[in-house]
Design a protein around this ligand. Structure first.
Ligand SMILES: C[C@H](O)[C@@H](O)CC(=O)C(=O)O
Ligand SMILES: [Mg+2]
Length: 431
């Protein structure tokens, strides 16, 4: 029987102790524990919708609570109401009278919107028995457009323009961040570079921003390992002031850097614009977006020439609908979309968005690549598959987000088996 209604929602606090190996470490997040609010919507059939939003460590508790509160607006709803005009339904979640004040459309509430609407998109794709990217690609243009809230975007993009897109199908290029976490020793960087090259990666990203001399040594090491022709990007995770970013990057320019990611505050549009202008003669672009709050902020970054690479995030924005909106807008501005994948489950999700972008929107892979990290994929039922430095189009119905029951049992905070062991041996405390 096809589902007709959402009957219940569960939200679980799932965390992984990634800080123990310094996986995910950068100049601002020195010891992150990759975590997510894990949502399961039950229906009046066997089908369920699974969704996540990504956070780091203790804050996950707050995100889970926000998600639970907001989920009450979804439970009991008929699917024909939700999917009949998904854009409108999305707007009802972001604009709820008593909670809108907490955002609007940013921060914890928006992370909660992402978890819930990612689960609804996953359910939709499962109902249609398609992987999410194929669901999006196969949609009638009018239906796709009705799934997006165009509010505050009409000055740069109207629904009519969004339908003029090209259709193609192919695997998608990616880059790896896994060789260049800030907390890794040189020997580990060398070993990981060799392994990544052997696997066919040609694009690499390193973390920078803590110490210039150290960055110069590490970037030169990376450049030496990957050779002169492969692509190297760096990521400062919001560490610098504007002028500091410009000066620092001049000090790394000999390493032939394609982009500097998040050089300064993710809210500083004019600062990014200034950095982009100063670094253009060095051939270095500015990439940002993983902490960009919503489509309205993206609009301004794009219009101001403040981002040369647009890094959408499947969980920071309000789920698939808002990501599709930003993909369409970036296309209008001729800025390549290179999604952020640094976090648990984000690679599984963003691959779908990149494939939709290629098939239905940009029709181009030039200057485009999706982030790939070699962490935590073993916890997913349908992990992303990367071969020869490219994502292979997923085939399982849904948004690739279902986690294995065993992983949920092990890593749900704090009762999961893995956490109980770490708490018992004193590695972690409950506070
Ligand atoms: C804390 C995360 O690992 C962050 O460093 C990820 C990131 O910035 C990226 O992948 O890009
Ligand atoms: Mg980053």
């Amino acid at each position: 029987m096809a589902p007709t209604r959402i009957t219940a929602c569960s939200v679980r606090d799932v965390r992984f102790p990634t800080s123990l190996e310094k996986d995910g470490s950068d100049a601002m997040n020195k010891a992150p524990d990759y975590s997510c609010a894990y949502v399961v919507f039950s229906t009046d059939s066997d089908l369920q919708g699974h969704g996540i939003t990504f956070t780091v460590g203790k804050g996950n508790e707050i995100v889970c609570h926000a998600t639970e509160v907001l989920s009450k607006m979804v439970v009991g709803q008929e699917l024909k109401v939700i999917y009949g005009n998904f854009g409108l339904f999305w707007r009802s979640l972001t604009s709820e009278d008593q909670m809108r004040w907490l955002g609007p459309e940013k921060g914890v509430m928006h992370l909660a919107v992402a978890a819930l609407t990612n689960a609804l998109w996953d359910l939709w794709a499962k109902i249609e028995r398609k992987p999410l990217w194929k669901l999006l690609v196969d949609m009638e243009p009018e239906q796709l457009v009705s799934a997006i809230d165009f509010r505050y975007m009409h000055d740069v993009l109207t629904p009519q323009e969004a339908v003029e897109q090209e259709l193609l199908e192919k695997g998608y290029p990616c880059y790896t961040t896994s060789c260049g976490w800030l907390g890794y020793e040189d020997e580990k960087i060398k070993r990981l570079c060799k392994e990544a090259l052997a696997q066919g990666f040609t694009r690499f990203k390193a973390k920078v921003g803590a110490d210039l001399k150290d960055d110069q040594r590490r970037c030169r090491l990376l450049r030496e390992m990957i050779g002169p022709d492969n692509v190297l990007m760096v990521d400062a995770n919001q560490r610098w002031e504007v002028q500091e970013a410009i000066d620092w990057m001049k000090g790394l320019a000999d390493c032939n850097i394609t982009w500097i990611e998040e050089p300064t505050s993710p809210d500083d549009i004019l600062g990014h614009q200034q950095i982009a202008k100063a670094l253009k003669p060095l051939g270095i672009g500015v990439a940002t977006g993983e902490a960009c709050q919503n489509r309205i902020m993206f609009k301004q970054f794009l219009a101001a020439g403040a981002m040369q690479f647009c890094q959408i995030d499947s969980c920071r924005l309000g789920g698939v609908s808002e990501n599709v909106a930003v993909i369409l807008m970036a296309n209008k501005f001729g800025v390549p979309v290179c999604p952020h994948g640094g976090g648990v489950g984000l690679c599984e999700l963003v691959q779908h968005l990149s494939m939709f972008d290629f098939v239905s929107v940009s029709g181009s892979m030039e200057n485009r690549m999706t982030e790939y990290l070699d962490h935590l994929h073993q916890h997913f039922k349908y992990p992303c598959v990367v071969k020869g430095g490219r994502y292979t189009p997923p085939q399982a119905p849904g948004y690739s987000i279902d986690m294995k029951e065993s992983s949920l049992a092990d890593y749900e905070w704090p009762k999961g088996r893995a956490w109980q062991e770490l708490i018992a041996n004193g590695t972690y405390t409950l506070d």
